[in-house]
Design a protein around this ligand. Structure first.
Ligand code: T6T
Length: 381
């Protein structure tokens, strides 16, 4: 099989913080971790470490949010060399591959789907996409069951819960279907041929750095997340709160959960601001939490007083950034996650070498670079 090599260097944290500091807004490249043969391929630069200013910088570039990963802790060796990920140029045959989103109608997964569909054309494989109407394992599992019953060659999936999706996915893999985890993961992902996700711990730490720059005097900070048990947002909350604690001038309040519902996120924010009117910053860990947080800030009349940083960069978040309700966005690279995930599925099906863990970067979007960024998510392909 003919393969080309893709070189990935320098983690998102470095570029993200350079952008916040008003430096070049060059599109960041990905940081990639390969667990293959126990080797370390992450590109952790000293710039990333110093920019993030704490040990979370290590995870910012190292991809350790999947707890217990053998690669954790060893990949921040300080190499600038980057890593070569084998990628296929064409599939050996027209494989049937299913992509199961975390939730439908989410600009993040829509953008991922666009990347997957585009790459499917290049590779010559057939992909179908579906997902639950809510980010909920009780809705996602039946979809997985029916996809498995249709006997695809491979499944790309964003599991909606680390525990609830564990057994069904392990069973699907045991039946011979190649499983690639995209975005989120499960408690024991060892059945998967590959996992592709953002640097979520690092993204959370970068969000704290953004709050710190926006509200340098310190004070109470609040994380609005979706649900416990969602690997990505849990890692972002941890990255943020660990960085806040390490700083010493900020007091992280207890994480509040919106169940991925913007209206709930809005009321959590208004209630929190009533209880603690001295909150200086809010970090919303995903698109729908950020959307709700923006509404809550407006309802509370705190638009200028409280600084808000949100993960994700859908059209609504970009609007909130432009109108000043939100001050910074951590934009992931969902299209790249999709492309990488499909490549890994095809490599596995063709009997090639896969990369067990791939970590993609992120960038920070502020008012300063919002008009030039290439990282905003798509509403459709
Ligand atoms: O933030 C993304 C994704 O990374 C996360 O796992 C769930 O929420 C999003 O889809 C945004 O809504």
């Amino acid at each position: 099989m003919k393969r080309s090599s893709l070189l990935r260097v320098v983690g998102g944290a470095t570029m993200a913080l350079l952008v916040l500091a008003g430096c070049s807004s060059t599109k960041p490249t990905d940081t990639t971790t390969s667990a293959a043969a126990g080797t370390t391929t992450a590109a952790a630069t000293s710039a990333a470490s110093s920019a993030a200013g704490s040990e979370t910088a290590g995870s910012a570039t190292g991809g350790s949010e999947t707890a217990g990963s053998e690669t954790a802790g060893s990949e921040t060796a300080g190499s600038d060399a980057g890593s070569a990920i084998p990628t296929p140029s064409k599939a050996a045959k027209d494989y049937k591959i299913s992509f199961i989103q975390g939730v439908t109608g989410d600009n993040f997964y829509i953008t991922m789907q666009c990347g997957i569909e585009e790459q499917a054309k290049t590779l010559g494989v057939t992909v179908d996409t579906q997902g639950p109407t809510k980010f909920d394992p009780t809705l996602q599992k039946p979809i997985l069951d029916s996809v498995v019953a249709s006997k695809p060659d491979a499944i790309l999936i964003a599991p909606t819960d680390v525990d609830a999706m564990q057994a069904p996915l392990a069973a699907a893999a045991a039946s011979g279907i190649k499983i690639v985890l995209v975005d989120t993961t499960v408690t024991d992902p060892s059945f998967a041929v590959s996992q592709v996700s953002s640097d979520n711990v690092g993204g959370g730490a970068a969000a704290f750095d953004a709050i710190k720059q926006l509200a340098p005097g310190g004070g109470k900070v609040l994380v609005i997340s979706t649900d416990p048990g969602v690997s990505t947002v849990d890692a972002r909350a941890k990255g943020f709160n660990d960085a806040a604690k390490a700083d010493g001038s900020y007091t992280p309040l207890e994480v509040q959960y919106s169940h991925n519902d913007p209206a709930t996120a809005a009321s959590l924010v208004t209630a929190a601001l009533q209880k603690d009117p001295d909150i200086v910053g809010i970090f919303a860990t995903n698109l729908f939490s950020a959307q709700g947080a923006a509404t809550g800030i407006q309802q509370a009349g705190k638009k200028d007083a409280v600084k808000v940083v949100g993960f994700d960069a859908g059209p609504d978040q970009i609007t909130a950034l432009k109108d000043g309700t939100v001050q910074a966005l951590v934009a992931q690279q969902p299209g790249t996650i999709g492309v990488d995930g499909l490549n890994q599925a095809v490599l596995a099906l063709d009997g090639g070498e896969t990369t067990p863990k791939i970590q993609t970067g992120f960038s920070i979007i502020t008012k300063d670079n919002v008009d030039t960024t290439q990282d905003a998510y798509k509403a459709n392909c």
